[in-house]
Design a binder for this molecule. Structure first.
Ligand code: DHK
Length: 145
């Protein structure tokens, strides 16, 4: 049986592909799911990709992953910079956590430079576009291998 990787996405990422494509690109979350599933299959990893515009729903999915997920890849989007609740939830999860930002948050406004989630993540990918998710899947294979 394959292990499940939760790929959690925060606010406004439902608009990925349509929203500010000069920053976030033209690929959609459906494209991300397809590429991550392709990377995961030979590694024995399946993906459960979820997106919410609501902080509490992301917290609930992290709690679900405690019993049903082997690892979490999370792009908390704007909640990266504000959410102690998401950090606290991730601290209850025992498996690996990898943080992804599509854009290079360090090249952007100063308020995007700090992420609460980075205090928990085993690794952080920023500025690799949506390819960052697939790279994080590959790393999950190593961490869980
Ligand atoms: C996505 C967002 O929506 C922003 O709020 C973050 C992140 C950056 C990204 O690069 O994926 O600041």
């Amino acid at each position: 049986m394959s292990s499940t990787i939760y790929i959690l996405n925060g606010p406004n990422l439902n608009l990925l592909g349509k929203r500010e494509p000069e920053i976030y690109g033209h690929d959609t979350l459906a494209d991300v799911e397809t590429s991550c599933a392709a990377v995961g299959a030979p590694l024995g990893l399946s993906v459960k990709l979820l997106q919410s515009n609501h902080e509490g729903e992301l917290v609930d999915w992290i709690h679900e992953a405690r019993t049903q997920g082997a690892g979490i890849i999370i792009n908390p989007a704007a909640y990266s910079h504000t959410s102690v609740a998401i950090l606290d939830a991730l601290n209850t999860f025992e498996g690996p956590v990898l943080e992804v930002h599509i854009s290079n948050i360090h090249k952007r406004e100063a308020f995007r430079h700090h992420s609460y989630v980075s205090a928990r993540a085993e690794g952080v990918i920023a500025g690799f576009g949506v390819e960052g998710y697939a790279l994080a899947m590959r790393r999950m294979g190593t961490l869980l291998g």
